[in-house]
Ligand binder design. Structure first.
Ligand SMILES: C[C@@]1(CC(=O)O)c2cc3[nH]c(cc4nc(cc5[nH]c(cc(n2)[C@H]1CCC(=O)O)[C@@](C)(CC(=O)O)[C@@H]5CCC(=O)O)C(CC(=O)O)=C4CCC(=O)O)c(CCC(=O)O)c3CC(=O)O
Ligand SMILES: NC(=O)C1=CN([C@@H]2O[C@H](COP(=O)(O)OP(=O)(O)OC[C@H]3O[C@@H](n4cnc5c(N)ncnc54)[C@H](O)[C@@H]3O)[C@@H](O)[C@H]2O)C=CC1
Length: 185
């Protein structure tokens, strides 16, 4: 459980510290890559000093309670996995395509539905969306510099988005997509 939450945080560029006497191989690899810090011992009162967000994923009810209490005292965001009553925020299911981030939450009512919806959205918004968004953001900068009114800018961006570049990216024709954008602007 901890590993899954850490992976989500690392993907969001969070600075992550794991406190646990034992860790999974995947977490050890992240630490070796310098992406997280591991403190190899049990949680102690005071460990939450200086943190912004806390996830407690131990299999020890008492520890989870203690972490929740310390986080509450310090006014931190806290999530005790699988105990919604010990959470002041809920972790959503997430689809990431570069800077395109789609979060799905059932507000704790049925996480497995969130997972199902994620899988459907993943099919609809494939990996090509990462490149697509990158090109759109570059096009948008050019459009901002080329047109004076908001209306003109909006129309130019619509032209780019209606030009079929998503399909071109999908079939690997990035050069053609870039040329098409130039013509639209
Ligand atoms: C409230 C919340 C707390 C929180 O913020 O963590 C919570 C709570 C609970 N989950 C439970 C079980 C399962 N959770 C999953 C999966 C996910 N759970 C996630 C989030 C959340 N889970 C938050 C609500 C989010 C929302 O509502 O949208 C996801 C989206 C994100 C993530 O965890 O990273 C991730 C899917 C990621 C993905 O794949 O896209 C699976 C399926 C699986 O693992 O394959 C099962 C087993 C099936 C089942 O039991 O339903 C139980 C019962 C435990 C028990 O029976 O003891 C509780 C406790 C309760 O409901 O009381
Ligand atoms: N894995 C799953 O699919 C599910 C897990 N859960 C619940 O989620 C929680 C975690 O589950 P898992 O990740 O499977 O357990 P796990 O046993 O794999 O991981 C628990 C981790 O907590 C660490 N830990 C224990 N005491 C600690 C302490 N005092 N200080 C710091 N670290 C400590 C352990 O070293 C271990 O690495 C449990 O409460 C479990 O009941 C509930 C439903 C499903």
């Amino acid at each position: 459980m901890a590993q899954r939450k850490v992976e989500g945080l690392v993907e969001s560029q969070a600075s992550v510290t794991v406190i646990s006497p034992s860790t999974t191989r995947a977490l050890d690899t992240l630490a070796a890559q310098g992406l997280i810090r591991i403190i190899r011992r049990e949680y102690r009162q005071g460990d939450l000093e200086g943190t912004f967000l806390v996830i407690s994923a131990t299999d020890d009810e008492e520890i989870n309670q203690a972490v929740f209490a310390e986080a509450g005292e310090k006014g931190l965001l806290v999530n005790v996995v699988d105990q919604p009553e010990l959470c002041n925020f809920i972790v959503p299911s997430v689809v990431r395509r570069g800077d395109l981030v789609i979060s799905i939450s059932t507000s704790g009512k049925c996480p497995v539905l969130a997972k199902r919806v994620r899988k459907q959205i993943e099919k609809q918004y494939g990996p090509e969306y990462q490149e697509y968004l990158l090109l759109l953001s570059q096009a948008r900068e050019k459009i901002k510099a080329s047109y004076k009114t908001e209306q003109e800018r909006g129309k130019a961006l619509e032209r780019v988005m209606d030009s079929g570049i998503l399909e071109l990216i999908r079939v690997g024709k990035k050069d053609l997509a870039e040329e098409t954008i130039e013509r639209c602007i």
